[in-house]
Write a new protein. Structure first.
Length: 468
């Protein structure tokens, strides 16, 4: 594999800044700068933000892997020079595209943009410098000089930040709404969050739930601490990206400092692969999918046998038998398990399985059943017979809203002829736009939503004429 490369210097104030378009291993490295109203500008080292999906940062770290003294000097000098040239005051981030295909070299980085604010990922800089950048902002805004000179700012250890989002990664990173029925953060890491247990994740705002920041003496230790923290996250009521983030922390290339902006897209299949779940997870999902346990769950009448109910999860049939109050037998094919539910306080369940007592998080929301115990996290789609009846009748003739959102644009009208894959509408949810396309060739029979309308998940938006 080969690619052409244009090399140039990252100089400022002239027209010879070259923007790299053909790089084998592009990296996104940014420099935190700070200025005051007296002409002083310093840098607070760099952050690597190369782990991205859809050009959105996922995990950031500081300092950048593989950074050399020569490269750091060149990048930070360029960033400080940029801020000084405009008399910049306050916190800012100068972002660069870097060619990392053959290590980091001072003639292979290019200016991309400057963000004139405090970035979401600023906690990793605070971790490695021990400084409070918000305090610095307030001091500068009140007319003070910068608290420290450049030679007094030191780098200590390594830090990572992971962004916890309410999103369905396997479904294409689609935002996920719901009520945070349980929200418990792990210890040992810094947590920045603006939500609490019981809050609703709505379609109106960014779906970020929290940021976790780990800091340790070495990169290896900081990354391991981040992975443990992600595995210990307790969130119930919405789909999150925590399992995906934990998989990233365990990624061999990322652990070996082989980072670039294409890593996630290149290895997405492996990062979202879900290992086969223990049968107990399916059994618990089947129980909660049937609305069990609750005070009215054991009503009913049977002769010569326990009360049994059938539920289908992800196309697989489970048979749930109520043996006595809060004691169930679950069967699926040749697998079976008996368990006692000792307590069920919302999503917090205490179980006894084969004489062993354990805890689990179990809940249902938006047609899904969620189960977590230990490091096992699984979700199951709950089969709805009524939905299947409507779907069987419609086939590929309809387009439904995949999530709650705002109809941003409508590109078709009744009577239009469309080809499979043609854009029909754009739905906006949680600061992201999602294009809805034609499921097949055909003629539009009806458009059932107008621009500006707020629609719920599953609402019929477009219907095509039935094929002869």
């Amino acid at each position: 594999m080969s690619a052409s490369r244009r090399e140039g210097s990252a100089s400022f104030g002239n027209s010879d800044v070259l923007v790299e378009k053909y790089i084998l291993s592009p990296r996104h490295i940014e420099v935190q700068v700070f200025g005051d109203n007296f002409g002083n500008v310093v840098h607070l080292f760099e952050r690597d933000c190369s782990l991205q999906r859809r050009h959105q940062k996922v995990i950031e770290e500081a300092p950048a892997p593989g950074m050399t003294d020569e490269m750091r000097s060149a990048m930070t000098s360029a960033a400080v020079k940029a801020a000084q040239s405009i008399g910049y005051s306050g916190a800012g981030t100068v972002e660069f595209i870097v060619d990392g295909s053959d290590g980091l070299h001072p003639d292979r980085f290019w200016f991309m943009e400057m963000n004139t604010r405090l970035q979401v990922e600023h906690p990793v800089t605070e971790a490695i410098t021990g400084l409070d950048l918000v305090e610095w902002q307030l001091r500068v805004a009140s007319g003070e000089t910068l608290p420290l000179a450049q030679d007094a700012i030191t780098l200590n250890g390594h830090a990572f930040e992971a962004r916890i989002y309410a999103e369905d990664v396997p479904a294409g990173f689609l935002p996920s709404i719901g009520t945070l029925e349980r929200l418990r953060f792990p210890g040992g890491v810094r947590v920045d969050s603006g939500v609490r247990q019981g809050d609703e994740i709505s379609p109106w705002y960014d779906p970020m739930i929290a940021k976790l920041t780990s800091h340790a003496a070495t990169r290896e230790t900081a990354l391991a601490e981040m992975r443990v923290a992600l595995e210990q996250m307790d969130i119930a009521g919405t789909i999150t990206n925590t399992a995906f983030l934990a998989a990233l922390c365990a990624h061999k290339g990322f652990k070996a400092e082989q980072v670039d902006t294409g890593l996630i897209e290149r290895d997405l299949k492996g990062l979202i692969a879900v290992p086969e779940a223990p049968f107990l997870a399916g059994a618990l999902a089947a129980i909660v999918a049937l609305g069990l346990p609750n005070d009215n769950a054991h009503s009913g009448f049977t002769i010569w046998g326990p009360l049994a109910r059938i539920v289908v999860l992800d196309g697989v049939e489970y048979r749930v038998e109520t043996l006595v109050a809060n004691r169930f037998a679950v069967r699926c094919g040749d697998k079976a398990v008996e368990l006692d539910i000792l307590a069920a306080n919302g999503p917090d369940w205490r179980l006894r399985v084969e004489g062993k007592v354990q805890s689990a998080l179990v809940w249902r929301s938006n047609g899904l059943a969620f189960v977590r115990f230990g490091l096992t996290r699984v979700e199951f789609g709950i089969h709805d017979p009524m939905q299947e009846a409507g779907g069987a009748q419609a086939g590929g003739d309809v387009v439904l809203a995949p999530m709650p959102g705002l109809v941003q644009r409508v590109m078709i009208s009744a009577g239009d002829v469309v080809k499979q894959g043609d854009p029909l509408m754009v739905l906006e949810a949680m600061k992201m736009e999602h294009a809805l396309v034609a499921p097949r060739d055909g003629m539009v029979e009806a458009v059932l939503a107008v621009q500006g309308a707020q629609v719920d998940a599953g609402v019929l938006l477009v219907r095509l004429e039935q094929e002869p």
